[in-house]
Write a protein that binds this ligand. Sequence first.
Ligand code: 6PG
Length: 619
Amino acid sequence: MGVCGSGKSTVGEILAKRLSIPFFDGDDFHPEENVAKMSKGIPLDDNDREGWLEALNKKAHEIKEGVFACSALKEKYRKVLFKGLEGKAHLVYLHGSYDLIDSRMKARENHFMPPGLLASQFETLEEPKYGLRISIDQNPDDMMNEIIEKLPKPTQEFGLIGLGVMGKSLARNLAGKGFKLGLYNRYVKGSEEQVAENFIAEHDELSAAKGFEDLSLFIGSLSTPRKIFLMVNAGKVTDLVIDELKPLLAKGDIIIDGGNSHFTDTERRIADLKEHGLHFVGSGVSGGEEGALKGPSIMPGGDKEAYEKIAPYLEAIAAKDKNGGDCCTYIGKGGSGHFVKMIHNGIEYAEMQLLAEVYAILRYVNKYSPEEISETLQNWEKGGLSSYLLEITHKLLLKKEGETHLIDIILDKAGNKGTGSWTTVSMAELGIPATLISSALFARYISSFKAKREAYESFFGLEATEHAKIEVNELKQAYELARIVNHQQGFELINEASDKYGWELNLSELARIWTNGCIIRSELMETLIETLKTSTDLLKTVEKSDLLLKLNALRNVCSAAIQVGISIPCHLSSVDYLNANLYNHPTANIIQAQRDFFGAHTYERRDDASGKKYHTQWE
Ligand code: 6PG
């Protein structure tokens, strides 16, 4: 494309010859009325152009290969020209200055388009923001060579969009496994320029990768069916990128969303893309920057057939379990991959909070220094409680800035990106009490009201009560039991979703792929692989005597914290969950009586197992 006089017919013709494919000149497709109009010096209007553009598009559909020359000045014309050819046709825009083209046109003989029309062409021109941009400030052969050199050839086997921290690490991981990548990062003037190309230049393992900031060139570089990993922000940005991709892709292409997307968004996207013949795989990816680089845990869900095609790539880059198996497995249909990642993050929230509470008890009850707390956790690590989160916690406690521990400089105000709140909404909807997760979420929310907390502190000026030291072993037992409750609740939530949404999830496999690469990997998770083959009832794996010991420890820890005035919502939630489940001290009978009293909501009776509903006239 290009304005009249840009040389598109000349260059198109030699290009077609060189490629041994047919050439089609757009001018030859004009109906007589159009030619007559132009000969009289009257510019064509959109109506005149409509049939002409459709005729060109029709021709392009009929042939297998070819070069077309057409002015295609407006975006809406290009839309007609490329209709149904997205991803199969490439746009080459020949651009040059008005003066240069004007002088060339004046030198041209026997052409129906008088030079005076050039001004109107430039007025109509909407420069394309995609495709190849070739300067006409060179001879036709050089232009042709530049086109051939730059025309995307489908040489890259796997594409990745979004070179943020996670995207870059995944790209290096994939390239390190020998895959030829196409990498795309958007162009933002001044802040994101040549991101992909620069990134490739910085890393030897990326020498076979190709970088793009033009989406259509990127798509053109990928072999079909295209496999494209999206590593962009969840939410609106993901939708925007998908919308840009849709017209460029061909039937059978696969988009993999590796972000923390909400599973209902994933289900919507699967349905939408299916209508276009495209596959969408919503994949949880856990492990942070280092995990992405060295081996994350990957949770892909969606179309099984699409998964089979991307499995070699995802499985190759995933972390390995104890037996060398890949920490990546097909999770299930629909949004199940993103659902389990969401619950992974919920469990992560509670595991983090439990460790923060252990820290609080050791620091504020036992008056331990950060070094002593770190040492305590290191001992626990050796004593059967190793986990990634425990490891980073004992490490971070030792970090100093000058003489001061960094943790004493960090403001106690926790952030979040949403997955914990989604999990909490989900458990409420599914009717599953994953109380440690919601407690951990609300602990973060309470922490965020820092000013309010400070105001209370100075208003009341309360002194913390002293309490005898907690036995470290007792604290360890309490923490151990609370973690079992957290994992049980999390897996019960997944199990319920699996039943309700018909996903047929394999919980044991899920535990297996969570034994390495992900944030909640731990020794405990290793043991769950076996347990979850038959049940989510993790408590039953604890011996009665052991349970009693741990429960007592949990009670002592909780009462000490309550007396000193330390907030430990996750330990409290776990002891409360255990009290409610392990003992029979009815309270819901009162709730039922109240409901029936004020609203005739009825109740069931202990002495009638039939499930019959009773109502009482209370007054
Ligand atoms: C992971 C993490 C990762 C990220 C969370 C943090 O599995 O790699 O869970 O997804 O760290 O998004 O979430 P918050 O910002 O909500 O704590």
